[in-house]
Design a binder for this molecule. Structure first.
Ligand SMILES: [Zn+2]
Ligand SMILES: [Zn+2]
Length: 360
């Protein structure tokens, strides 16, 4: 290249790079105030809403995090399960951790508790929480909470030492466990009643993971059920009767067989056997649809999606005949989904809380 041309191009390229950087800073500066003051939960109409913070499973899935559903009742947020990536997705949806009243665990498989420490930490420092995070669950929740409190003890001590008691109060670091169990012969019980919200826990079948429960949320005439992990369960159908929205786990055995066969062919025999084993304690989309139809719910969202669906065209084979079995609104949940049930209405509206942008 002639020297004179080079002498012209190099400063021009540097100038272009400099201007692009300046422009990026200006765009970021403009977007930051809106991003930082965002409070979508506070801006929602009075009602019951759920934000899907994790619609996947332990199988690695670039589109879906491990299970987590944030239930928004009025101004308060109740988080059902907190799998890995849950608090990251919660933040991507611009939900405010200081609105979290409690976490409710359905059972203690790792994919449902792996993000619990981060969820508690985010809530603690978001606005100098004055109380520890309440974690409700069936018997065993105290062991999980004790373990997390111990694992995070050094971290929280560093943060209080670094930022001070006013910002990171040592008295409210960590979590408190609130275990519950059903009375003899009973398969459900009310575990929370506050702010117009009633939460009922009910037994599901995820054996050998026991106890395992689902939760029904009732708020000012609207209702949502979160199944947790289960096969088709009569107690779930009973507890879900007449609910506006059922969020049910769903595994496609046909699609999972493809992964199993490929794993076996590649010599990963352990993985192949695990994929066989998991089919006996999750519902299929067809069974979830049967539960929705038999419980006469208004709408159904499938979550805990197994296997991953990297190509949109796989959604049809994943659903199978579920749409014939349940003819109401039926969705495959995505991370970022917001389902809204406004007080006084009958509909379930679906939108997304993921925003795009330089820092969104
Ligand atoms: Zn499980
Ligand atoms: Zn699970």
């Amino acid at each position: 290249m002639p020297k004179r041309l080079l002498a012209f191009l190099v400063p021009a390229a540097l100038t272009g790079w400099f201007l692009r950087g300046r422009l990026a800073i200006a765009v970021t500066k403009k977007a930051l105030p809106k991003r930082i003051s965002a409070d979508p939960a506070g801006a929602l109409p009075d009602g019951l809403h759920i934000a899907i913070c994790g619609s996947g499973s332990p199988i690695p899935d670039e589109q879906r995090g491990n299970p987590c559903v944030a239930v928004i009742a009025g101004d308060a947020i109740y988080v059902v399960d907190a799998g890995e990536k849950a608090s990251e997705t919660f933040n991507r949806m611009q939900l405010r951790p200081d609105r979290i009243e409690a976490v409710l665990l359905t059972h203690f498989h790792s994919d449902h508790i792996g993000g619990l420490g981060s969820m508690a930490l985010q809530r603690w420092v978001a606005n100098a929480a004055s109380t520890k995070l309440r974690v409700l669950g069936p018997t065993g929740v105290d062991r999980v909470v004790d373990g997390y409190n111990e694992a995070y003890a050094l971290d929280s001590s560093y943060r209080t030492a670094h930022h001070g008691e006013a910002i990171a109060p040592s008295s409210s670091a960590g979590m408190t466990a609130e275990p519950f169990e059903f009375a003899a012969g009973e398969k459900s019980c009310v575990v929370l009643e506050e702010g117009g919200l009633t939460v009922t826990a009910f037994e599901v079948d995820h054996s050998p993971a026991t106890p395992a429960v689902g939760y029904r949320f009732d708020y000012k005439g609207r209702s949502i059920v979160v199944s947790g992990d289960t096969v088709y369960s009569d107690s779930l159908v009973e507890a879900s009767t007449g609910a506006d929205l059922l969020v049910h786990d769903a595994l496609s055995a046909d699609l999972l067989k493809l992964v199993e066969d490929a794993s076996r062919d590649a010599g990963f025999l352990n993985r192949a056997q695990i994929l066989v084993d998991v089919t006996d304690y999750h519902a299929t989309p067809a069974q979830a649809a049967d539960a929705a139809r038999n419980a006469k719910v208004g709408a159904l969202a499938l979550t805990h999606v197994i296997p991953p669906l990297p190509i949109k065209a796989l959604e049809g084979p994943y659903l199978g005949d579920a749409k014939e079995r349940f003819t109401g609104p039926l969705w495959i949940a995505n991370d970022g989904d917001l389902y809204s049930l406004v007080v006084g209405g009958r509909e379930v509206d679906r939108t997304t809380l993921f925003s795009r942008g330089p820092i969104g």
